[in-house]
Design a protein around this ligand. Structure first.
Ligand code: PHE
Length: 496
């Protein structure tokens, strides 16, 4: 039945009877009970117009299970066993009965014994009564046709045998509302210009406001998962007393990106295969002159207790502009600035983009985000770096760390950081760290007592793990699904 048909049925019934005690009694034109869920829709819209009022009635009825239905159709297992045993004196052998009835024979035998319907004689089963009354079948039949049983204990017992079950059914009682009428007037939603002009608004019947309706979800900007994880990390840094470094220079000179970091000019990373160099403008020329001289010296002839690399350092190489390959370029610039003032211990961090001329695959792009931390203070040692890493990663929810000796031109000692990934069941590399070399720090003018510990990690890998993204192209670029961006929750590290 359509909603309109149901509404007409309700209204005409009310017109002749004044009220409907239980909509279960309503019959459609086909003579069948009406569907209560469809009826609810019809009642709601009539109630909105105040044409009717309704209340919900909750009824419990008993419904047979498949096995219960089978018993009504064929008899209980015990009755079937009784029927299968011939009335003769010798009865039937157990194996014969088994063949006849299969599993249901086994179940039925026990009950037939208990009911004192059958007994054993020799190896055979015999009847010990002339006739039986199959009570479960009678009870189940009553339940099947009425939904209940005069003795409420009966269905509860039968439920234990999984023969019937309790179901809740909902129906309604309905009475006339103040606007009761047999015809449904169309209701106006909004007042319109035409209604105002014609004066129709005075007579119009307006739809009630539904203050329970959910609003339309507001649209607005959404943070990219990377930005959510970045924000979480920023909070960890701030909580630990770090200052954020300005990372607004994507274009850097080779000087700050490599030379200041004691990275030799013939180092393979400085090759165009690994680094994006700029064509126009191709060079930068503004460097602190004295510092530049000291950098040149430490590379070519050494100093500060170092032999240097012993090669012919060229300014042209340092002037080449590039897209920064690591945020350590920012750290070197910041440490140089720190060295120009009276020393005070600092903790710096940055999270921003870096670029490498790499082959793009499922987990690598030619650009990615680096998280970088730097701590400068007198008397820091490798133990401080390890201890600090443990606290920092613990705040990210990463507990098991391992350190592996590594090499960076600008740190000594250097350590790769591994963490145990429970999901992958193995140790994965999560970052790189070390203590900046005197060849990097002393030419800047820093007190030789000052030690700087530093580390870097990628932002993409933890984000992909956190949000269950397998291909980096689903995280960045034109293939990104915007719904993913809108629906992903904020990032919260599983804190311990
Ligand atoms: N710059 C390093 C990298 O790009 C990370 C690093 C930072 C290592 C600071 C040591 C100290 O992988």
């Amino acid at each position: 039945m359509t909603t309109e048909e149901l509404q007409t049925l309700v209204l005409t019934t009310l017109d002749s009877n004044d009220s409907i005690d239980d909509t279960k009694e309503l019959k459609g034109s086909d003579g069948k009970e009406v569907d209560q869920l469809a009826l609810l829709g019809a009642l709601k819209s009539l109630a909105d117009k105040e044409m009717v009022k309704y209340n919900t009635i909750e009824n419990e009825i008993w419904v047979l299970t498949e096995e219960g239905n089978e018993i009504v159709d064929k008899g209980s297992h015990e009755a079937i066993v009784f029927e299968a045993i011939p009335a003769s004196e010798e009865g039937i052998s157990i194996s014969e009965l088994q063949k006849l009835l299969g599993d249901s024979g086994k179940i039925g035998q026990g009950r037939a014994f208990k009911n004192k319907w059958i007994n054993k004689k020799g190896g055979n089963l015999i009847r010990i009564v002339d006739s039986i009354i199959d009570q479960p079948r009678i009870d189940l039949d009553i339940i099947r046709s009425t939904g209940k049983h005069p003795d409420p204990k009966v269905p509860t017992e039968l439920k234990k045998r999984k023969l019937c079950d309790k179901h809740k059914i909902i129906s309604y009682s309905v009475t006339k509302g103040p606007q009761f009428s047999l015809t449904i007037k169309k209701q106006a939603r909004d007042i319109t210009f035409e209604m105002l002009q014609s004066g129709e608004w005075k007579k119009a019947n307006f739809k009630n406001y539904n203050f329970d309706a959910l609003g339309i979800p507001p649209s607005g900007g959404h943070l990219h998962p990377l930005m959510k994880v970045r924000e979480e990390l920023r909070q960890i840094f701030f909580e630990m007393g770090f200052e954020e470094m300005p990372t607004n220079r994507f274009v850097e000179s080779s000087f700050w990106n490599f030379d200041a970091l004691f990275q030799p000019q013939q180092h393979p990373a400085r090759d165009a295969h690994d680094t994006f160099f700029l064509k126009d403008p191709a060079v930068g020329t503004q460097f602190p002159t004295e510092y530049l001289e000291r950098v040149k010296k430490v590379h070519s002839v050494g100093g500060y207790g170092s032999n240097g690399y012993g090669y012919d350092w060229k300014i042209e190489e340092a002037q080449k502009l590039l897209l920064r390959t690591h945020t350590t370029a920012v750290s070197s610039f910041m440490l140089y600035n720190l060295a120009q003032k009276e020393f005070k211990p600092v903790k710096y961090f940055s999270i921003d983009r870096v670029f490498r001329n790499e082959t793009v695959d499922a987990t690598h792009l030619a650009e990615f985000n680096q998280v970088e931390g730097v701590i400068a203070d007198k008397g820091l040692a490798l133990g401080d770096l390890i201890g600090f890493m443990e606290t920092f990663f613990e705040k990210m929810g990463i507990k098991k760390l391992r350190f592996k000796p590594a090499y960076n031109p600008y740190t000594e000692p250097s350590m790769e950081i591994f963490s145990y990934h429970e999901g992958l069941g193995k140790w994965v590399e999560i970052g790189n760290s070390g203590m900046f070399r005197p060849e990097m720090l002393e030419p800047m003018g820093l007190d030789p007592e000052v030690r700087v510990i530093a580390w870097g990690l990628g932002l993409e890998r933890p984000t992909m793990i956190k949000y269950g993204i397998e291909n980096i192209r689903e995280l960045l670029g034109h293939k990104v699904n915007l719904t993913m961006i809108e629906n992903n929750p904020i990032c919260a590290f599983d804190l311990i």
